[in-house]
Write a protein that binds this ligand. Structure first.
Ligand code: ZN
Length: 418
């Protein structure tokens, strides 16, 4: 353990290590040095540490040790490479340029500034204008354990300063187990429906809704097992809770007893026995008739209000609709067809009026719009209105057509070349 580059202190005795100061070269993979060989070197004078450096060095040494003992860490995740977690964390911390691009320069700058060239040199890292190790790590061109540790420490420091929950960033990645004790989920069961929400104070949290009917909010998971969510508040209970409450109540018809056995309030126990939903549950899980109404409304008019309500309450169905919409070529809805026919008729009538206007004017898109009292937005709508589009191109005149009609009337246009 003492051989790992970057470990300046013994994690047990918090003593400065004298001879383990092996240089960290920008080479690939674990850069371990032989202790005996390193002991032959003179201990570097610079290894005297300031109080802050000592504090940092101890933390870094412990983290390095953690790498060997495979200690759990927020950077160890079943589904993602640590570097992917760093990148996500960096985005969360504001080191992003647009989508998916990292502001690499700023990360490098903060890395050097946070640790300081003096301290880094004590770790065997020499900062020069060509120094790029943190960036190479983020681009997966370098896999040095010390740089991993330093990157983790930096990101965590930033998170603390900015009150950002990196635990939470990680949670976006992996599915979680269902903590419902009354649902007999298999061992490998994971909740798929986890959504990110923002609380009124701006902090983010997650809402999980399991197929067993249990729903809850959480912000973090167990440090030992990232698949176990630490439930913050329970939103819905579902059938399994109600069944258990009734089973207990059947054996012992006492609400306080049921409450005690299930570790819930008496109020909630009574509700579960009766199978009543709370206001919050109803809000989160609106009654099927309302959903059906919203679906019908959305299908008929694609109204924004219905769409918003459905995205909130019936997300799976909306996703399905979007999928179908994408798969099938866009079919004109009934509302659109009616609107299209009406507008086509209006265009025809407007063109007739324009044709009989004296002195004659050329019939153009804009002239028709003006005649209809509609703005040019109608023209933007035309691509979606096949009947109107056809009518418009039928009634408008090319320059040649217009000249022919003007000559036929025998009257000169008031403005030549109009
Ligand atoms: Zn469940």
């Amino acid at each position: 353990m003492h051989q790992l580059s970057g470990v300046l202190l013994c994690t047990e005795h918090e003593e400065l290590l004298v001879s383990s100061h092996a240089p960290s070269s920008p080479s690939m993979l674990e850069d371990l040095h032989d202790a005996t060989a390193a002991s032959g070197l003179e201990p570097p004078e610079s290894a005297a540490l300031t109080e802050r450096e000592r504090h940092l060095a101890l933390d870094i040494a412990r983290r390095c040790q953690g790498l060997f003992t495979s200690a759990s860490s927020k950077w160890v995740h079943l589904f993602a490479h640590p570097v992917e977690l760093y990148r996500r964390a960096a985005v969360e911390l504001g080191y992003d340029l647009g989508t998916r691009r990292l502001n690499a320069k700023e990360i490098l700058h903060d890395f050097c500034e946070f640790y300081g060239a003096a301290f880094l040199s004590k770790l065997g890292i020499i900062i020069s204008s060509r120094y790029r190790q943190p960036l190479e790590l983020l681009n997966r061109r370098l896999d040095h354990p010390l740089i991993h540790v330093l990157m983790q420490r930096l990101l965590e420091q930033r998170a603390e300063e900015t009150n950002t929950d990196l635990q939470f960033t990680r949670k976006q990645i992996g599915p979680i187990r269902c903590p419902n004790p009354y649902a007999a989920h298999p061992e490998d069961f994971r909740i798929e429906n986890v959504a990110r929400k923002k609380s009124p104070d701006g902090s983010a949290y997650l809402v999980a809704n399991c197929t067993c009917g249990y729903g809850f909010t959480f912000r973090r998971t167990d440090d030992r097992d990232p698949a176990i969510p630490i439930v913050q508040s329970r939103v819905r209970f579902g059938e399994t809770f109600e069944r258990e409450a009734r089973r207990l109540y059947c054996n012992t018809p006492s609400v306080p007893f049921v409450a005690k056995m299930m570790d819930v309030s008496i109020h909630l126990a009574r509700r579960l026995i009766r199978g009543q939903k709370s206001k919050r549950e109803n809000k989160r899980d609106p009654d099927p008739t309302r959903i059906a109404k919203l679906r019908a409304e959305w299908k008929a008019s694609k109204s924004a209000a219905a769409s918003k309500a459905l995205w909130r309450n019936d997300r799976a169905w909306m996703l399905e609709q979007k999928k179908e919409e994408k798969a099938a070529p866009r079919k004109a809805s009934r509302g659109n067809l009616e609107e299209d026919a009406t507008i086509a008729n209006e265009i025809r009538a407007a063109a007739a009026v324009l044709l009989s206007t004296m002195p004659p004017r050329r019939i153009t898109n804009h002239a028709v719009c003006r005649q209809l009292g509609r703005t040019k937005t109608l023209l933007n709508k035309l691509p979606r209105l096949p009947l109107s589009r056809a009518e418009m191109s039928k009634v408008t005149e090319s320059l040649a057509e217009w000249n022919a009609r003007r000559n036929a009337t025998g009257i000169d246009a008031p403005f030549p070349g109009d």
